[in-house]
Design a protein around this ligand. Structure first.
Ligand SMILES: [Zn+2]
Length: 101
């Protein structure tokens, strides 16, 4: 009898976990739909905005600032000669340091 109860609890927990995952997924999809739905307007200006949208896990490449070593999304980084920087000032500082060598 105790074994049956154990399995019932296990199944209930599994179902609860699956439900939580499904809710989380639906919420994420709803947020995505909300951002993209106003479809009456032209979609082309929105398409360019979508590429810049950060915060999507796994979709954004992280790069390292050559000057201070901080990590930031590639879309937020300033790129110069294959190097990434968190700030134009850091790009200039790093460039000046390299020229001095
Ligand atoms: Zn920096």
């Amino acid at each position: 009898m105790g074994k049956l109860l154990f399995w019932l609890v296990l199944v209930a927990l599994a179902m609860l976990a699956m439900k939580l995952v499904a809710i989380g997924q639906r919420r994420r999809e709803a947020a995505r739909d909300e951002a993209g739905v106003p479809g009456a307007q032209a979609t082309s200006p929105r398409a360019s905005g979508k590429a810049q949208r950060a915060g999507e896990p796994g979709g954004e490449m992280m790069v390292r600032c050559e000057q201070c070593g901080v990590f930031l999304p590639a879309s937020d980084a300033f790129v110069d000669g294959g190097h990434h920087y968190c700030d134009p000032a850091h790009r200039d500082a790093h460039r000046a340091r390299q020229h001095r060598r």
